[in-house]
Write a protein that binds this ligand. Structure first.
Ligand code: HEC
Length: 160
């Protein structure tokens, strides 16, 4: 039994280092935000706020674990995904997604990174918008560092 377990562990750690290498290789050719996949099950999380601004309506979702961390005034946990539906004139215009993974920020210089967050925009059909590499997103979210780079952190704290 032990041998089988160890064997399985060896295989999975080899797979992890292989994919880490593949990512490092890919970063030279692709934007680092390619690492963010569309979170297909985002709506099963907590819909913690709606933001209305003129004809723009934003519906924002994250995990129960992230809400709990914010309530305790803590940084959001590793693996947190925040997904926003962005409606213009009542019609779904795009999705914007933030995802936090330990080490992701290392792809960026210190004066550019937003902690370990990566940012990506998706079209209404949930395919990535590759014209947007996430750098504008990151620079606008950086001043929110004291709230783990999240503008609606206070709304997470107030969520049920
Ligand atoms: C000009 C500043 C600015 C830019 C650029 C920007 N954001 Fe934001 N973002 C905000 C603000 C402000 C909010 C809070 C909601 C609101 O007021 O619309 C927000 C909210 C969010 C949220 C919900 C979590 C939070 O921080 O409140 C996500 C997810 C998000 N943005 C992702 C992105 C992505 C991905 C991009 C790039 C495609 C992006 N943002 C570009 C300012 C910006």
């Amino acid at each position: 039994m032990d041998a089988v377990k160890h064997g399985a562990l060896a295989i999975s750690s080899a797979a992890v280092s292989f994919s880490a290498l593949a990512i490092v290789g890919a970063l030279s050719a692709l934007a680092a935000n390619e690492r963010v996949a569309f979170p297909q099950d985002y709506a099963a999380g907590v819909h913690y706020t709606t933001v209305n601004r003129g004809s723009v309506r934003e519906e924002i979702f994250t995990s129960r674990e992230a809400i709990e961390a914010a309530r305790n005034g803590m940084p959001l946990p590793d693996g947190t995904v925040i997904a926003m539906e962005d409606y213009r004139g009542g019609k779904l215009y795009r999705y914007v997604v933030m995802e936090k993974r330990a080490g992701w920020g290392e792809a960026y210089p210190a004066n550019v990174r937003a902690g370990d967050w990566e940012f990506r925009e998706f079209r209404p059909d949930r395919t990535p918008n590759r014209d947007e590499d996430g750098s504008r997103c990151m620079s606008c979210h950086r001043p929110q560092a004291s709230k783990d780079f999240v503008f609606t952190y206070d709304r997470m704290q107030a969520a049920r």
